[in-house]
Design a protein around this ligand. Structure first.
Ligand code: IPM
Ligand code: MG
Length: 353
């Protein structure tokens, strides 16, 4: 298996280095994996004047899976939009056709106290958000800023084709089948035609999955329910922008955004694996970041692309073990536990593995 390793910016290189340690430990144990690194985001711009250099895209295309850190940094915020780090990330998702983004939110019992919600609200949480990743207002045309009637207007287009909704619906129903068989489709069909179509297609696809109970919820209500009573949800499916927002909200249920991995899949289960958090420039280079979301992203790589569930479980169990042993990076630290650096956390996971 060939893995393209794209550390990116900010804390990206530090957290990816810990995930690479885990992969190297698996290789020492007999796993047949090859890794090759390339720059993306601001690092891509610095190296090649492009947030997604051609060589990086080529490497990612040739790989079976991509491991990504994070992109972005204040020093790039004044570049023209096509040169900004975020554009590199959006382009690689689009170029590789990674339309299904899986964002699980799981609470480790020991971290209940690290969540900003009451422990009883989050204890036992196990939620999967399936976010459509290559359509919606993120990519819809036309878009721009122009002068109309003597003033500037900014505009984007929220757009979904039937086939785009259908393919992510199938992924979501398949995942719901393997979980609690309850799927909640989140949209805003009381206001948006785009959501009206989304809902219609969800209902059509549901006919292929009689065992799954499909429900519908407006996104504003879903934002409230995720904070009020998150355990009512099993699997959620939603569009690109709503999923972006709801998955950040859901991350706080698990104690820290530093705990949440993600998988972005194409229709052949080729995937890009990345933590859902950003590049955290404020703590970059300080060996303080939480590498667990990135390490758990490697577990997802084994689960979804390599279809090696035993190794996926092994990585997840190693993470559970270090948490049970009391290792905590600053973001999940609570009284009575041991505060450790990013690299110490990585070493602890390798040892537990
Ligand atoms: C995410 C991020 C990205 C997104 C940004 C960095 C472009 O917030 O992966 O959730 O909006 O998709
Ligand atoms: Mg986001």
């Amino acid at each position: 298996m060939k893995i393209a390793v794209l550390p990116g910016d900010g804390i990206g290189p530090e957290i990816v280095a810990q995930a690479v340690k885990v992969l190297e430990a698996l290789r020492a144990d007999g796993a047949k994996i090859e890794m090759e690194s390339a720059p993306i985001g601001g690092a891509g711009y610095d190296a090649a004047g492009d947030p997604l250099p051609d060589a990086t895209l080529k490497l990612a295309r040739a790989a079976d899976a991509v491991l990504l850190g994070a992109v972005g940094g204040v020093q790039y915020d004044t570049l023209e939009r096509p040169l900004r780090p975020e554009r590199g990330l959006l382009r690689i998702r689009k170029e590789l056709n990674l339309f299904a983004n899986l964002r699980p939110a799981l609470l480790y019992p020991e971290l209940a106290g690290a969540s900003s919600l009451k422990p009883e609200v989050v204890a036992g949480l196990d939620l999967m958000i399936v976010r459509e990743l290559t359509g919606d207002v993120y990519f819809g045309q036309p878009r721009g800023i122009e002068v109309r009637n003597g003033e500037r207007v900014g505009f984007n287009t929220m757009l979904y084709s039937e086939s785009e909704v259908r393919r992510v619906a199938h992924v979501a129903f398949d995942i719901a089948m393997k979980r609690g068989k309850r799927l909640c489709s989140v949209e805003k069909s009381n206001v948006l035609e785009c959501s009206e179509l989304w809902k219609e297609v969800m209902i059509e696809v549901a006919k292929d999955y009689p065992a799954v109970e499909l429900s519908h919820m407006y996104v504003d209500n879903a934002a409230m329910q995720i904070i009020r009573a998150p355990k009512q949800f099993d699997t959620m499916v939603t569009g690109n922008i709503f999923g972006d927002i709801l998955s950040d909200a859901a991350s706080m249920l698990s104690g820290s955004i530093g705990m949440l991995p993600s998988a972005s899949l194409d229709e052949h289960n080729k995937g890009m694996y990345e933590p859902i958090h950003g590049s955290a420039p404020d703590i970059a280079g300080k060996d303080m970041a939480n590498p667990l979301a990135t390490i758990l992203s490697v577990a997802m790589m084994y689960r979804y692309t390599f279809a090696d569930l035993a190794t996926a479980d092994r990585i997840e169990n190693a993470v559970k073990k270090v948490i049970a042993e009391g290792y905590r990076t600053g973001d999940i630290w609570t009284e009575g536990t041991q505060k450790v650096s990013c690299s110490t956390m990585g070493d602890a996971v390798v040892k537990a593995l």
